[in-house]
Ligand binder design. Structure first.
Ligand SMILES: CC(C)(COP(=O)(O)OP(=O)(O)OC[C@H]1O[C@@H](n2cnc3c(N)ncnc32)[C@H](O)[C@@H]1OP(=O)(O)O)[C@@H](O)C(=O)NCCC(=O)NCCS
Length: 173
């Protein structure tokens, strides 16, 4: 998978490739990932989600990294700077997604490493994220030096509507 590029894309490219970004998000939900949406989530709704990210990508308050196999986008991760004036050093990480068919080949870890490096290059020193307790993603964060600082019981529903626990993580970089 070394021929797959991990790179930042700007708002114009994200808008032009909205369908590919939407397909990655819809694929994750269809395979049961707890990423804010429920079963029945449509590609149009996924495209609307990404459209909502575009202004932040354009104004620099968000950064979008993708995994690009040369033909299509197959993974994403988003860094969102904390909006609070007293937290200029902090950001949240989200939409860490790899197409189901491309998983377990190191792309998730490459995306995570790249977004941490990008955050550091922007002067950020504290990152936070959360994920469904017991998920593959949790294992990725635990094995990438992130600290789990708590679990909230029943914090979010699974895609099929069952309450599930959420693990909260931070990393000082
Ligand atoms: C989480 C996700 C991005 C990982 O992507 P990936 O490309 O498969 O990850 P990698 O191949 O780089 O694996 C990195 C590590 O994650 C962990 N991991 C990944 N998949 C796993 C699984 N199915 N079960 C247990 N651990 C897993 C392992 O620690 C793995 O390291 P190893 O391969 O040395 O054992 C991917 O599973 C995904 O898109 N999941 C659905 C969306 C989601 O839940 N995103 C997180 C939202 S916070």
């Amino acid at each position: 998978m070394n021929d797959i590029a991990i790179r930042e894309i700007d708002a114009a490219e994200a808008e032009a490739r909205l369908g590919e970004l939407a397909a990655i998000l819809a694929d994750a939900v269809a395979h049961g990932a707890s990423v804010n949406f429920l079963d029945g989530f449509t590609p149009d709704e996924a495209a609307a989600f990404w459209r909502g990210q575009l202004p932040g990508i354009a104004d620099g308050s968000r950064h979008l990294l993708v995994a690009d196999d040369g033909e299509r986008l197959i993974g994403t991760v988003v860094l969102t700077k904390a909006p609070q004036p007293n937290q200029p050093h902090r950001a949240d990480i989200g939409k860490m997604l790899v197409l189901e068919r491309a998983r377990r080949r190191g792309l998730g870890r490459r995306l995570l490493t790249a977004i941490e490096e990008l955050a550091a290059a922007h002067g950020l020193t504290l990152l936070q994220l959360d994920t469904q307790t017991g998920s593959a993603a949790e294992e990725l964060y635990v094995t990438s030096g992130w600290t789990r600082f708590g679990i909230v019981p029943g914090h979010a529903l699974t895609t099929t509507g069952t309450p599930a626990d959420t693990s909260f993580f931070y990393k000082q970089i």
